[in-house]
Unconditional design. Structure first.
Length: 278
């Protein structure tokens, strides 16, 4: 899948400058024609997850002050990153007010890829901690999640493909074919109740990728692991990989409790970018 139009969610908190810089580096590697940076401000302030009962004039003052601080700071981060990688003429800046997930979903349908920062368990504003969850489910586009910590020198040079034979995993691999074709190394990972079961899943994937000119450097079928997500990240660390490609769900949405199981574990603990599709 060619990714010529990329949407980047731009924030100012935490490690946002490094995350946005990594997103622009990736956009450059994809030879994107247009990369849009979007900063979103909630329409109302939130207090402990609930809309505060505050007089309108106080809300107006709060929003005005936030606009004067948030949007300029976010724009500076995005424009600086674009300049650093030589993409000033392909970088588009936009701001919006409203629900972050909904606005990214709508705007994202005119993009080939949505890039967001990794969300932390301790995030408490609104449902923001479920931003990547919502996007993967609702936007109809692949989502690249950039980790808060541990951003390396490269993205997509040494890639792990997490495979369980599901529709979601198949969609992720198909969406990421261009990335896998450019990678220096591609590792295939699958977990099963038996070694035979895990290897059988990977045999078909290896043949599929080979037909696209992509040869796997390592094929890893694991069994008897309590948490496939933890085993996956252990391999990423030991093999010094810099990206994971995976489907959003390994079981039913209900069973996963909205990105539960391996998917949620990997999202919460990864130190490398995750390319996800649903």
């Amino acid at each position: 899948m060619s990714m010529k139009n990329i949407l980047v969610h731009v924030e100012t908190a935490g490690n946002a400058p490094a995350q946005v810089a990594a997103a622009l580096e990736f956009a450059k590697a994809e030879d994107a024609i247009s990369t849009t940076g979007l900063c979103v401000r909630p329409a109302l302030p939130f207090v402990r997850g609930e809309i505060a009962q505050i007089p309108p004039e106080v809300v107006e003052s709060y929003n005005k002050n936030l606009d004067q601080e948030l949007f300029p700071a976010a724009k500076k981060i995005f424009k600086s990153a674009a300049k650093k990688v030589g993409m000033e003429d392909k970088a588009v800046w936009e701001t919006a007010v409203g629900d972050t997930a909904q606005l990214l979903e709508r705007k994202g349908r005119y993009a080939d890829l949505i890039i967001v920062g990794q969300t932390q368990q301790e995030d408490t504003l609104s449902n923001y901690h479920r931003l990547s969850d919502n996007l993967v489910m609702m936007a109809g586009r692949p989502v690249l999640v950039i980790p808060d910590l541990g951003i390396g020198d490269s993205i997509g040079k040494k890639v792990l493909v997490a495979w369980d034979g599901s529709r979601e995993a198949g969609r992720a691999v198909s969406d990421a074919l261009d990335i896998l074709a450019r990678a220096d190394e591609v590792h295939l990972f699958s977990a099963g109740d038996t070694k035979e079961q895990a290897d059988k899943k990977l045999k078909g994937l290896r043949e599929y990728l080979s037909n696209h000119g992509i040869e796997a450097a390592e094929v890893l079928g694991v069994t008897g692991v309590k948490d496939p997500g933890e085993a996956m990240l252990d391999h990423v660390k030991h093999a010094d990989l810099d990206m994971i490609v995976m489907g959003a769900y390994g079981h039913s949405r209900f069973r996963e409790m909205i990105l539960g199981g391996a998917t949620r574990y990997v999202l919460e603990h990864t130190t490398v970018p995750i390319f996800m599709s649903h």
